[in-house]
Design a binder for this molecule. Structure first.
Ligand code: SAM
Length: 290
C-alpha cells in the first residue's frame, strides 16, 4: 500500500515542505486518521465501476483512498496553493483528475456529461463547513448527476438532516434532504481526528438520492415555499405564518378552512408536521390558487 497521506507526521511534513498554512476561510480541517478515511470509502460503497467526485481534496487524504477503490476520481479544489502539492502527494495514481475551481460555481450536470458519459457520480467529501448547506441543497435534486453523497459535516447539521417532526432539530433542511434522499448517519468523528481540530464533533452522513420522492406533490416549488414559510417563524402557528409571511392572497378564514381540509388542526405548528402533511396542505393551497 502506498504511504498514507492522512497521518499527523506526513501532514506536518507536507506543511513544512511547502510552507503551507491552513486557511480558516476555506474551512481547512484536514483528516489525519486513515481509519476514518477507509470507513468513509466503505460507507460510500465505492467500487471499481464508480466515478467518484470529491469536493475539497486538501492534501489528497480522501482522494488517495477513493482512487484505490474507484475507476476514476475527479476532485474540485478552490485553493490554488494546494494544486502543486496535490500533484506531488497523488503522484503515482493515474485515475485522478484535479480541477482548480470553486465547487459552488461548478455545473455538476455538465461535468457528468463531459467526464462521465452522463452517468451519475458518487460524491465523497470532508466538506468545508461554511459551504455544507449550499453544496447539499445544490446537489440533492440532481438525480441524473449524483447517485449518492457521503460527506463529513458538523454533527449537529447531520442530526438536522435526519430529524423528524417534533424534534427541535427538524426544519426545512430535514424536509429537503428526506424528500430527495434516504439519509443515514454512518459515524460520529471526534475533533482529534483533524488538523487543526474543529471546535465541535463531526459526522459522516450518506444521502442516497431517491428515484422519486416518498410522497406525491402536485407542485414542488409550492411545497418548498410552504415548508420555508412554516419554519420561518418556528414559534408561530402554521395559520399565522402562512397568512403573514406566505404572500398568498388568501384570507385568514379561508386559510383556516384550507388547513382543516388538509386534515390538520389550525393551531398546528410547522415543526409538528410530517412531509405527508405538508404534501396534503400543498394540494389544498394549490387547488385554491391555481
Ligand atoms: N479532503 C481533505 C481532508 O479530508 O483532509 C480536506 C478537507 S477540508 C475540511 C476542506 C477542503 O475543501 C479544503 O481543501 C479547502 O481548501 C477546500 N474548499 C473550501 N471551499 C471550497 C470550494 N468552494 N470549492 C472547492 N473546494 C473548497
Amino acid at each position: 500500500m502506498t504511504e498514507r497521506i492522512a497521518t499527523p507526521l506526513r501532514t506536518r511534513a507536507i506543511m513544512e515542505r511547502y510552507g503551507f498554512n491552513f486557511k480558516k476561510g476555506f474551512g481547512q480541517n484536514f483528516l489525519i486518521d486513515s481509519n476514518i478515511l477507509e470507513n468513509i470509502a466503505d460507507a460510500a460503497g465505492i467500487t471499481d465501476e464508480d466515478t467518484v467526485l470529491e469536493i475539497g481534496p486538501g492534501f489528497g487524504a480522501l482522494t488517495q483512498v477513493a482512487a484505490e477503490r474507484a475507476k476514476k476520481v475527479i476532485t474540485l479544489e478552490i485553493d490554488q496553493k494546494l494544486i502543486p502539492i496535490l500533484s506531488e502527494t497523488l503522484d503515482g495514481y493515474d485515475n485522478i483528475e484535479i480541477i482548480n475551481t470553486d465547487a459552488l460555481k461548478c455545473d455538476i450536470c455538465r461535468l457528468s456529461i463531459e467526464k462521465n458519459d452522463g452517468r451519475p457520480f458518487k460524491i465523497v467529501a470532508n466538506l468545508p463547513y461554511y459551504i455544507t448547506t449550499p453544496i447539499i441543497m445544490g446537489l440533492i435534486d440532481k438525480k441524473d448527476a449524483v447517485e449518492s453523497m457521503t460527506v463529513m459535516v458538523q454533527k449537529e447539521v447531520a442530526e438536522r438532516m435526519q430529524a423528524g417532526p417534533g424534534s427541535g432539530d427538524y426544519g426545512a433542511l430535514s424536509i429537503a434532504v428526506q424528500f430527495y434522499s434516504e439519509a443515514n448517519i454512518d459515524m460520529i468523528v471526534q475533533p482529534s481526528c483533524f488538523m487543526p481540530r474543529p471546535k465541535v464533533a463531526s459526522a459522516v452522513i450518506t444521502l442516497k438520492l431517491r428515484d422519486k420522492p416518498p410522497v406525491d406533490v402536485c407542485d414542488t416549488r409550492l411545497f418548498f415555499r410552504i415548508v420555508k414559510c412554516a419554519f420561518g417563524q418556528r414559534r408561530k402557528t402554521l395559520l399565522n405564518t402562512l397568512c403573514n409571511q406566505g404572500g398568498f392572497d388568501i384570507s385568514k378564514e379561508e386559510m383556516t378552512d384550507i388547513i382543516r381540509s388538509a386534515g390538520l388542526d389550525e393551531k398546528i405548528r410547522g415543526e409538528a408536521m410530517s412531509i405527508e402533511q405538508f404534501a396534503a396542505l400543498t394540494e389544498k393551497i394549490y387547488e385554491k390558487i391555481k
